[in-house]
Structures are given as C-alpha cells and as structure tokens.
Design a binder for this molecule. Sequence first.
Ligand SMILES: [Zn+2]
Length: 253
Amino acid sequence: MNMTRRGFLKTCAWSLFTMGLSSDLPFVRQSFAAEFNIPVLMYHRVGYTEGPLTVTPERLSGDLSRLLGNGYVPITLQQFEDYMFKQKDDLPRRPVLITFDDGYRDNYEFAFPVLQQYGVAATFFVITGMLNDRIRLSPEQIREMAKYRMTFGSHTVNHQSLGSMPPENVAFELNASKLALEEILGHEVTALSYPCGSYNATTLRIAGECGYSDAFTVRQAICTRWLPQLELPRVPVFSYYADVLDRIARAYS
Ligand SMILES: [Zn+2]
C-alpha cells in the first residue's frame, strides 16, 4: 500500500501516542510515572499521660484537621505498598501514611475514635508479647479496628533493640510476632517497625527472609519510591512539636 508523507507522519504520531498509553512498556512507563513524596508520620500514645510520646486526642484531631485542610490525604498501608513496591501510581496528590508505634490501648480508646471521625486510615505497629497487658491493645481490639481500614504491623515480640541481638533472637522476634499477628488478623502481615529504630545488616537480611516487604525506622526523612524497602524513614511527632506541617517540612531538609 502506498502511503503519502503526511499519512506516514500521522501513523508515526499515532504509534507514539498509543505507546505512551501502554503500561506494558517499562521505558515508556518510566517517563510517564507519577512520583510522590510520602511523609510517614510516627505517633506513639494518644491520651492524657505525661511525656513526649503522648499526644492528646485534641492534638491528634488538630493535626488531622491541619493535614486535610492542606490537601494531604491519609492512605492505607496497602496503598503505600502498592505505590512503593508494585508500581501502582494511583495515589492522591498529597499522600500521607499515619503510623502509631507500641500498640498502647489508648490507640483504641482515643486515637481510633478520632481517626474514624475524620474517616482516615492508619497503621499500628504492635508488640505481640504484650497483647495481654492491660495498657496494650488486645487481640479483640485489633480485630475490631481492622474492620475500619486500620492496618497492623509487627513491632516485634519483646520490643528490644534488634541491632544488638544474636541473629537467632532476631529471627524469633521477627517471625513469632509476624505469625501471632497473622493468627489474629487472618491475613498476611508485611510491615515491620524496628523498636527504637535499632537494626543492622543482619536484621535487614532476617527481616527479608521472614517475608517482610517494608520496614520502618525512626530516621527523619520523607519516603520516596527509590529508598531501600527495609529502611524506610518517618516523620516523628512528639507532644512538644507545635505543628505537624512544620515537622513534615523539616523532614524534607
Ligand atoms: Zn517502640
């Protein structure tokens, strides 16, 4: 078939256009992929106990109001993992992942109602060896929260520093906590938070062998897709910080 020069150019343009639409071509996808910066906020306790790790429910409510009012949309751990590790780009323009460490019962009593009031998701890292402690979350509370877009990850069995522990103990802390949570929730647990941010090369290897896909530190920075999956930074939020948006801004520097 003869083709005019104009027809040829039109065909080329159309081919380039359809290549751009295709998600099967990695080199094209790379050039069109959306890149997000994801602050991962790290809270601990919520309530009226003293100390830097506790924010009041009013303060948490104020933080959520500030975040939502400035265009941030809290995402689920699943959305975070899909974007970070599975090349799925359908995130809100300003995503934020909200996390709580240590699994205190006040997360159920005070944080959970506030989160529900704003209709937002959060992720909780619990210490499985303390689940029957009266000041920690119970398995029943975890199951109830999980019905409302709250997700859970491991914060080990005993909350000890993994970076200064024999490898066999690290393997126990990471394996047993993962299995205990999976038993409670009835599905796979993929996320981990290192107690006190302590880890080393052996910890990273064992975390990978145990099947964790993402692990969070206490290093202050913003998450991007190109960071090591088992050394993800967060933005700590302590009671003495005045403004959550200021903390996020500082984590960029
Ligand atoms: Zn902790």
